[in-house]
Design a protein around this ligand. Structure first.
Ligand code: SF4
Ligand code: SF4
Length: 432
């Protein structure tokens, strides 16, 4: 991070604006029971480091609240651990809020009083935006999205070339020139989004969805300009930029005259667009927004896909992305799809809302300065995967795929990592 003189007064002012009833309660609520120590992948991977325990991280954030909002904090700050929000303390907050928490929310659902450290960390990040203390690495990803329309700064021409090349490939593979990857099709029923990592590094996940849509007979389209489902401003804490990024999908869908937006397999992108966008906009959205997992499950339920699960021979397990599952409410759809698409499906323990973060959430993958911590915290996930004996890990999130790919090498897991649609596409029977 470049050296900056942080504007701590602006940060403090912003934090005060965020102090609604819920945050006020969070600031005073911890009863120091210690239950959260066993719930966080950071504290489990670093058992000798008390700074990784959620309650300690919460205390770091609440110290300056106590200094200004409690009688004892004002009168005898040294006794209560209350601190002024000065430059050094602001930098400690950066290390805690950005570098020691993926905002996964697991501690919150296991806290004896429901205190959600993830929500507090995001409030702290939002305040630190005003101090100019968002890590440069994370901000660069947000800047790309704001300036170019996607977080990898892919030009429109490169995107269109990639999709056209994939369409040709798909037509050859399926020996059917009616297979299309439509771009900017006016009046389609749905607009499908992507994580920019797909056209850049993972074209197979685009082809997989092309197969699913073709087999289901869907009337769909991409937008060539606004297809990016991700929103790293959810992680930077900047609500203005977060709104600017996600609202483009809604505006584009209206331009194209589609009936609904279908969000690609992306945990935080789902949370940002499906749930947080209306909060950032401060009004209800007037277009339907669903996860592609909901759509694929519906195709299977309504008989629009014929599947042969024996085409997926290896044991498959599922990693639940925090922002899609615990923080997003999409829990059973991916299980339903995989159980129909493979013969040998096994759950990780724990799973669903209790599943552990892979360690790549919260913008961690964009912040190289914390990569050692990220990989160490990922050991909890690596152990979970090993215990299943699976040869394939399916996960509906490209951020999770990146982290799991690193863990696969680092911890010798010997697995293949795929999106749910890649597993599903493999099971589709085309020559009915
Ligand atoms: S939100 Fe997740 S990463 Fe952050 S302290 Fe809680 S369990 Fe740990
Ligand atoms: S479980 Fe909740 S109340 Fe107990 S120490 Fe952790 S944050 Fe505090």
């Amino acid at each position: 991070m470049t050296e900056k003189k942080p504007d701590t007064e602006a940060a403090f002012k912003r934090f005060k604006e965020l102090l609604d009833a819920k945050i006020h309660i969070y600031m005073n609520a911890c009863v120091h029971c210690g239950l959260c120590a066993d719930t966080c992948h950071y504290s489990l991977a670093n058992p000798d480091d008390i700074e990784m325990i959620p309650a300690f991280k919460i205390n770091k954030i609440t110290s300056f609240y106590r200094r200004y909002h409690t009688v004892l904090g004002k009168l005898i700050p040294f006794w209560t651990g209350a601190r002024k929000l000065d430059e050094n303390y602001a930098k400690e907050l950066v290390d805690t809020a950005f570098g020691k928490c993926t905002m996964c929310g697991r501690c919150g659902i296991n806290c004896s009083i429901g205190l959600n450290a993830g929500q507090l960390m995001r409030a702290a990040r939002t305040a630190l935006v005003e101090a100019g203390l968002v890590p440069d690495s994370l901000q660069a990803t947000v800047d790309n999205a704001v300036k170019t329309g996607n977080n990898m700064a892919i030009t429109e021409k490169d995107f269109v070339d990639t999709i056209e090349w994939l369409q040709e490939d798909l037509q050859m593979e399926l020996k059917d020139d009616k297979v299309k990857l439509p771009i900017n099709k006016q009046g389609a029923d749905i607009m499908y989004t992507l994580n920019p990592r797909e056209p850049k590094f993972f074209p197979l996940s685009i082809s997989a969805m092309g197969k699913v849509f073709h087999a289901a007979g869907e009337n769909w389209t991409f937008s060539s300009k606004n297809y990016d489902v991700t929103n790293y401003a959810l992680f930077s804490g900047n609500d203005r930029e977060a709104l600017e990024i996600s609202i483009r999908l809604v505006d584009e869908a209206k331009q194209l005259g589609v009936k609904k937006i279908v969000l690609a397999e992306c945990g935080h992108g789902f949370r940002a667009t499906r749930w947080e966008l209306a909060n950032w906009k401060k009004e209800k959205l007037d277009i339907e927004i669903v996860s592609v997992l909901e759509l694929m499950a519906e195709y299977i339920k309504t008989g629009r896909l014929e599947l042969d699960p024996s085409k997926n021979k290896e044991r498959v397990t599922l990693h639940d992305p925090c922002n899609l599952v615990r923080n997003g409410g999409i829990i059973e759809e991916q299980r339903y799809i995989l159980k129909k698409a493979v013969n040998d499906f096994v759950e990780m323990i724990p799973n669903r809302a209790q599943n552990f973060c892979c360690g790549g959430g919260g913008g961690m993958l964009a912040m190289g300065e914390y990569s050692d911590r990220r990989k160490k915290a990922g050991k909890i996930k690596a152990d979970q995967i090993k215990a299943t004996g699976a040869k394939v890990v399916a996960t509906p999130c490209h951020n999770c795929i990146d982290q799991l790919t690193e863990l696969n090498t680092l911890y010798n897991l010997g697995v293949k990592i795929k999106t749910v649609s890649e597993v599903l596409a493999e099971a589709i029977v085309f020559d009915k």
